[in-house]
Design a protein around this ligand. Sequence first.
Ligand SMILES: Cc1cc2nc3c(=O)[nH]c(=O)nc-3n(C[C@H](O)[C@H](O)[C@H](O)COP(=O)(O)OP(=O)(O)OC[C@H]3O[C@@H](n4cnc5c(N)ncnc54)[C@H](O)[C@@H]3O)c2cc1C
Length: 398
Amino acid sequence: MDLSFSEQDEAYRQKLRDWIAGNKDLATRTMKGIDDKGDRNPIQAMRDWQRHLYEAGYVGMSWPKAYGGYECSLTEQVIVNEELARAHLPPTINTIGLTIVAPTLIQHGNEDQKKEHLKRILRGDDIWCQGFSEPGAGSDLASLRTAAVVEDDQFVVTGQKVWTSVGPIADRCVLLVRTDKDAPKREGITYLLVDMKSEGITVQPLRNAGGGSHFSEVFFDEVKVPRGNMVGELHGGWAIARSTLDNERSGLSGVVALENNFKKLLELVEAGTRSGKPALEDPQTLNQIAQYWIEIEGLRYLGYRTLSEQLKGQKPGPQASVGKLFSSKLRQAMAKSALEIAGPYAALTKKSPHVLNRGRWVAGFFDSLGYSIGGGTSEIMHNVIAERVLELPRSVED
Ligand SMILES: Cc1cc2nc3c(=O)[nH]c(=O)nc-3n(C[C@H](O)[C@H](O)[C@H](O)COP(=O)(O)OP(=O)(O)OC[C@H]3O[C@@H](n4cnc5c(N)ncnc54)[C@H](O)[C@@H]3O)c2cc1C
């Protein structure tokens, strides 16, 4: 395992920093929700931002050129992720498309599907959502009941998905459906690509504890999906879904975002008090802060290890669950510490003149709770690590 960045990598980093410095105005405009035409349209502004990033060569750099990628090294991709997050630039809007759907299509899609979708994912032309979870089928995903009947050259889909992130703004969806209800539950599932504008789809936004409504319920009422939109074989969707989940979990540790949170937490500690004394003089607080930094560094090297394996051509496997589990715990612990240090001020919103860090702590606390559920709960991560990484016996056969 080689964890160092080469001279060439560092030169690449510098070139990127120059690009970032030259595009600060564009980033600021995007954050204000102003699109390329000068209209206030936050979603279009984010699509435009992703397209500019792509055209500059900073999205999909490790993807094959034949599908719109740049065939750069994964190390360069990591440098870009790090530098964009450190510069507090807007993220790419099509996260699910880029980190979950595209790697799945590159691995399992046919040529037509790759040609049709991959470049559009890179440019942010199509925003993708993931239609896996259902009421009654979250952790036990293989119990899903949304059904698809094959009629001539199409599937007819009826059922319901829930917790679908970015559902309200998505153009397309990767959808798991049951195509054989008599087969063992993992053997009757098919993986489809669905146009969210299809007749019969209704998206109902859901409000989360922090007040946002980025996820949704999605209802399918006899929705027609062309047979050409099936990924892999009929009834063969479970193995593809597993690789989608491994890709999702490998992208969920978000070390740079944790590092940014840590820096803000440190500022809070430097300015705050505990039990009437400066928080910086409180040994318990200092111990906690040191522990957080140690864990962030641990996650960074875990990420580099996964990267090093990917550079050797290996796909992210169940070990991605380790990073996902630890980063969600760490995110929650830091958010809780911030609330304790900030005290009642943490509850203030942006409207108050006494607001701390633009109200990020209370919002961050609510946000952190979802990280130990989305992409598989922490309990399920423990199961995956025990059974698929450590190869311990399964607790219950199903
Ligand atoms: C922020 C966020 C975004 C999400 N985005 C999406 C999305 O875009 N697309 C999508 O399809 N889904 C999405 N989800 C749904 C998510 O994948 C599910 O919520 C998750 O898999 C858990 O399923 P559930 O909610 O049905 O809980 P359940 O599966 O009912 O679990 C309830 C509790 O039981 C525990 N439990 C269940 N089974 C076991 C077991 N075998 N061993 C030990 N403990 C167990 C769980 O850990 C949990 O604590 C999102 C969720 C969140 C919070």
